[in-house]
Design a protein around this ligand. Sequence first.
Ligand code: SF4
Length: 327
Amino acid sequence: MTERPLLEVHALKKHFPLKAGFFGGRRNVVHALDDVSFDLARGETLSVVGESGCGKSTLGKTILRLLEPTDGAVMLDGQRVDNVPRSRLGDFRRRVQVVFQDPFSSLNPRQRVRDIIAEPIVNFGLAHGSELEDRVAALMDKVRLPRDAMRRFPHEFSGGQRQRIGIARALAPGSDLIICDEAVSALDVSVKAQIVNLLADLQDELGVALLFISHDLAIVEHLTHRVAVMYLGKIVELADRRTLFATPHHPYTRALLSAVPVPDPTVARNRIILKGDVPSPINPPDGCRFQSRCPYVFDRCRSEEPLLRPTTEPGQTSACHLDAVPA
Ligand code: SF4
């Protein structure tokens, strides 16, 4: 019997109604997320990638119930968490943690590191006294910060060190899933690599699942098991890492990948420059949302929405009417 996924997301929607104009009339709606579905196994990393504004951060916030979903379902271990009162989300809040992009604003500047890491352990009543101190010390070791740093304040640390503190805080209540929302985007290249390696090591050691939201495909290649590519509020391709990087199917994924630098100077990569404008997420077009930028657009794309369907590669799904996209 196959194990039930840790996280299941079914047809998740998040729409933001805009205020009606002075003369009333039809209210416009921003379609930030439309029918997003995927699942995530225990100990797995799924990366969600796409350009700024594609809805990937909204996805993380809606799963976390920082934003209320418009429609759809989110389940943790088979239990709906999208429609229960916030007051009954205690165990979900303990098990699903987040690391945000900006380590400068996501840590309380008035709290010492020890208190920042201890807070979720205390709030969820998981330990106190010497056991609490031992747990905080062990978390400092896990994120490779010196134990004497516990007495210091966040402003005394570099960006990478602050993100280590944020990761320790996210691990503190024994979480099963960490949503990393552009968690390394604000860091220098070398520090980025250190934090990505740390996350990969922690995942191996602790078996925590990661939903890794990023605009940077080069970073996710070294961390992830599977990749979901988002465009204008929808997943347009979902595949395991090896398949997505070796044989991307969707024209948008191909364009994103063509912009990833190749470390080998003898290997040339043909950069695909997308022309055309990204449509507005306010009342997006009928048919394929990528039609205004797709080099292969044809009549059907303008009238019929392509749904995610399997390609010839095992485990790969793509939302494109073409069976094979020209090389
Ligand atoms: Fe391009 Fe049409 Fe495929 Fe959309 S459905 S990606 S417009 S070929």
